[in-house]
Design a protein around this ligand. Structure first.
Ligand code: R5P
Length: 297
């Protein structure tokens, strides 16, 4: 097995190569004077099992083009298989045509990744909301890994919450909230979110349900923190309901606009994310999660 990191996945690729003992492949990446990307694989990969680790965070359009060029270069060199690891799957949130005339981004990007020649795809805590399974967007084997147990373990060990309860801020977050709750052996509650725009949400307690947070530390778990508005809404709700301290964990700390100061200035005590989207709160690495999955293949 030989591992290559895309330009946003180099550190992660080094970590996975150390954990698996697999060789790290070299790639030459340059820009032509007109801004176009140039790419060359500098390894003999003929007959080899290639793994390409390529998160799509931060500059997704450019990274998708880099992915296409890298896959073309791989295919020209006759590897046995090409497994791609997309730790952060950009465009997954536009998983429906909410209004007539909109592009169906998730499905389109999935098709591009697959048709570029991948044999198998791994991703991590991809935003599965209206699309319930990756089988609906991929024909090749597609595996959705999770980093939620590692995030819950970090929060428990580092923040040391007292009598914790896990909070999912919206319906789709139940899939992550229940994993976190099982990891730290506690209960969870799921709130109800209404989204009005990409920056406006409202979170409330579900009709007929309470939220048992009085005197307890609340740990809000979600897949993505983008603007931070979902987290702040959920935090304000649980504080009003009597929560003591509030901690937050997510897999993909996208942190758009002023998300981090917004959360801290709203009284959140600690926030942690992973290196699927490397940044200031990427305290948990997904490298062991990827390495384990690759060892199983
Ligand atoms: C979508 O619903 C996701 O699960 C997250 O809740 C969402 O991406 C968070 O976005 P924001 O931080 O902008 O509220």
């Amino acid at each position: 097995m030989i591992i290559f990191g895309g330009s946003a996945g180099e550190t992660l690729a080094v970590r996975v190569s150390l954990l698996t003992g697999a060789k790290l492949g070299k790639v030459k990446r340059q820009r032509f004077p007109d801004g176009e990307q140039y790419l060359k694989i500098e390894e003999d990969i003929k007959g080899q099992e290639v793994v390409f680790i390529h998160p799509l965070g931060g500059r997704p359009d450019e990274l998708i083009m880099e992915y296409m060029l890298t896959m073309d270069a791989f295919k020209s060199a006759s590897p046995k298989t090409i497994s791609v690891v997309i730790p952060y799957f950009a465009y997954a949130r536009q998983d429906a045509r909410f209004h007539p005339g909109e592009a169906l981004s998730f499905h389109l990007v999935a098709k591009l990744l697959e048709q570029a020649g991948a044999s198998k795809i791994y991703t991590i805590d991809v935003h599965l909301q209206r699309v319930p399974s990756l089988k609906e967007v991929f024909k090749i084997p597609a595996i959705n890994l999770t980093a939620v147990p590692q995030i819950a373990e970090y929060i428990n060990r580092v923040f040391q919450p007292k009598n914790p309860i896990i909070i999912g801020p919206d319906d789709e977050s139940e899939q992550w909230a229940k994993v976190a709750a099982a990891k730290i052996k506690t209960d969870y509650a799921v709130l109800q979110k209404t989204r009005f725009s990409s920056t406006e949400v409202k979170v409330k307690v579900k009709a007929g349900e309470g939220v048992n947070v009085k005197g307890r530390d609340a740990i809000i778990i979600d897949d993505i923190i983008s603007t931070g508005n979902t987290i702040v809404e959920a935090a304000n709700l649980v504080r009003k309901a009597g929560a003591r301290k509030i901690y937050v964990g997510c897999t993909h700390p996208v942190l758009s606009l002023n998300a981090l100061p917004l959360m801290y200035s709203n009284g959140i005590e600690g926030v942690v994310g992973t290196d699927t989207f490397a940044g200031p709160i990427s305290f948990v690495s997904v490298a062991p999660v990827i390495a384990e999955a690759l060892k199983k293949k």
